[in-house]
Design a binder for this molecule. Structure first.
Ligand code: DP6
Length: 330
């Protein structure tokens, strides 16, 4: 075993993943498609900890609580099973934006951890196997091992991985309305949706159709169609989530105001399309040449950042280790 460091970036889905058909293996009910970003990255170091009985997680310079550590240990158990090892480790992870700030996502976190841990345990994984491994940490993480636009096939344990898709060059204008941690996790909200929404089955079948249409639109480099499917599919997800019992609402008045502003921009001839994940922040999909104008138009609605397609998860050279937390766990 050796100490390793990896970096990965979050992704924003254009066809959303919402619902599992297998909770333990994190197999999605339907496929999805996303763009890995070139900002808001996570950097993670895995350090062998011989003689320790438990793993340690240090997040942004502080020892993490038991719940967060348990989730990391459950993931590392998959890595240990593949490696035939019982070795415990210290995981040191930093996000370029504060953790829980809406954009520091579990996708970049588990893509970076999967990449660093696979190397630390001397696993020789190809791209598909790495994506499958990241999936076991957080579903959307399997798309962050892949650069640019990625499709995640629903599949079974063997075939549920993400891979790159041909797509036109695009930008996203990220409008952060609220950087706070969300009240309910995607995982919990997703479970509640599948258990209680009367619309869930229709969501799953229609998502397969949206995905097929989206892959075709990407291959045709048809930005208008990509944008239309993106805005529609994201709103369908939020409608679905609102139909749970008790209801869950992630979009706020300010989020809706951004959707309205983007619709107005379209009336003036600028093609822009909104989407939002499980929170109030809105991401606007645009052609590269329109990014500045859209960012300017949305100034005042929240914190604005223009992002583009980013790299897949990658190992960093020795010397890139995340520094140890100052405080030690008893
Ligand atoms: C709204 O991947 O965080 O961002 O698999 O339970 O860890 P788990 O869920 P997670 O869910 C992401 C949901 C989403 C849509 C998407 O990214 O496709």
């Amino acid at each position: 075993m050796r100490t390793t460091t990896a970096r990965a970036y979050p992704n924003i889905a254009l066809v959303k993943y919402w619902g599992k058909r297998d909770e333990a293996r994190i197999l999605p009910a339907a496929g999805s498609l996303s763009m890995t970003l070139d900002a808001f990255e996570t950097t993670t170091t895995v350090v062998p900890a011989p003689g320790r009985a438990t793993d340690i997680l240090e997040l942004d310079g502080e020892v993490a609580d038991e719940e967060a550590t348990r989730r990391i240990t459950a993931f590392l158990d998959h890595v240990r099973a593949l490696a035939g090892s019982e070795q415990r480790v210290i995981v040191r992870s930093t996000n370029s934006v504060p953790t829980g700030a809406g954009l520091a996502s579990s996708a970049s976190g588990f893509a970076a951890l999967a990449t660093a841990a696979a190397a630390a345990f001397d696993l020789d994984l190809d791209d598909r196997a790495l994506s499958r491994l990241a999936r076991l940490g957080s579903g959307s993480a399997c798309r962050s091992t892949v650069p640019g636009v990625a499709v995640w096939h629903a599949g079974d344990d063997e075939t549920s991985f993400a891979e790159p898709v041909e797509a036109p060059d695009m930008r996203m204008v990220v409008v952060t309305v609220d950087p706070g941690r969300k009240a309910i996790s995607s995982r919990t909200a997703m479970r509640l949706t599948a258990a209680t929404s009367p619309f869930y089955d229709a969501w799953v079948t229609s998502t397969e159709q949206s995905l097929a249409d989206m892959v075709e639109a990407c291959e045709d480099k048809d930005f208008t169609r990509i944008g239309e499917i993106t805005e529609s599919h994201g709103l369908r997800m939020h409608a679905l989530i609102q139909s749970t019992m008790p209801p869950i609402r992630f979009l706020r008045p300010q989020s809706i105001a951004i959707y309205d502003a983007v619709e107005k921009l379209r009336e003036t001839g600028i093609e822009a399309y909104s989407t939002a994940d499980a929170g109030p922040n809105v991401v606007v999909l645009v052609r590269p040449g329109d990014a500045e104008a859209v960012a300017t138009a949305l100034n005042g609605y929240g914190q604005i950042r223009i992002v583009g397609p980013g790299p897949g998860a990658q190992l960093l050279p020795e010397g890139s280790e995340v520094p140890a937390a100052t405080e030690e766990r008893p």
